[in-house]
Design a protein around this ligand. Structure first.
Ligand SMILES: [Zn+2]
Length: 284
């Protein structure tokens, strides 16, 4: 196939990885070339499927990434005790070092959680995945989250991907601990439309708060991206329970007219969401 015959649709739906393997950037039109400058990064991939792991699962993720045109993904294990989680992530990263960006995981019920944070820091991992129920189910949630994140930061971990369903608490913690970047999955895991707007406003207001697109109401993305600012949005699949190819398409279709009459994403904005914003905070 000649360069001119590759349609925009073929490029965007099959991803930059495939095209970059087929063509030199110089053969592409300026808009194709500018999109290709950035890699496509998935900000949220589990090395398990709703808690279940099977031999070779990490290779199946690569198969998904190749199909979807995703260059690299943040991977972690989050359904097992701290050390077991980090061991699996370490093994997967050793197997696919060029495709996986490892994030750690800890639960405060494990007595070794501080040692695990230290280990994650020494491994050079840049982030951790936390879930509020694994930090505390009691009234000390905010205090304990502060302790865990401060400890992580002191170990050199500076990206906190955290499921925390309290927008005011996230705001206070992000204000107190500005040395880390906070990524809130599922565009904030909001339950109401008011909460959805509040998480977007928080991302707009606080320089160190970002939102990931996984598992959210994608038909509202046009509005949400306007509220938060495209520079605060991180493409994420939460795969492959959720399919990376489909999740990526939910972002790409914002280059088409939206029902909420929000402006179409430019190639530059699409590139920021699909990888540029995450690459910046990963310091890649
Ligand atoms: Zn997840």
């Amino acid at each position: 196939m000649k360069a001119k015959e590759i349609s925009r649709r073929a490029f965007t739906t099959r991803g930059s990885g495939l095209v970059s393997g087929m063509l030199a950037a110089s053969a592409l039109s300026p808009s194709f070339a500018s999109l290709q400058e950035g890699k496509v990064l998935d900000g949220h991939m589990h090395l398990e499927s709703y808690g279940t792991y099977w031999e070779g699962l990490e290779d199946e993720i690569i198969e998904h990434y190749n199909y979807a045109g995703i260059d690299r993904g943040v991977v972690f294990t989050a359904w097992t005790p701290s050390r077991e989680s980090n061991n699996r992530t370490l093994a997967a990263h050793k197997k696919h070092p060029d495709r996986f960006i490892p994030f750690g995981h800890i639960r405060t019920e494990d007595p070794d959680w501080e040692n695990e944070l230290e280990r994650i820091g020494k491994l050079g991992w840049k982030g951790i995945k936390l879930h509020q129920n694994e930090i505390s189910r009691g009234p000390d949630l905010e205090e304990k989250t502060h302790l865990v994140v401060k400890t992580a930061a002191d170990c050199g971990v500076h990206i906190i991907l955290i499921h925390l369903e309290d927008v005011d608490m996230v705001s206070r913690l992000a204000g107190e601990l500005q040395q880390v970047n906070w990524i809130i999955p599922h565009m904030g895991s909001y339950k109401t439309s008011d909460e959805m707007k509040s998480y977007c406003d928080l991302a707009k207001q606080r320089a160190n708060v970002y939102l990931d697109t996984s598992g959210a109401q994608y038909h509202r993305f046009g509005q949400q991206f306007e509220w938060a600012g495209v520079e605060k949005i991180i493409f994420a699949s939460d795969g492959f329970w959720f399919n990376p190819y489909v999740e990526k398409a939910k972002i790409e279709i914002l280059q088409l007219p939206t029902p909420f009459r929000t402006p179409k994403l430019t190639n530059r904005e699409l590139g920021m969401i699909l990888g540029g914003n995450l690459a910046r905070i990963l310091q890649m």
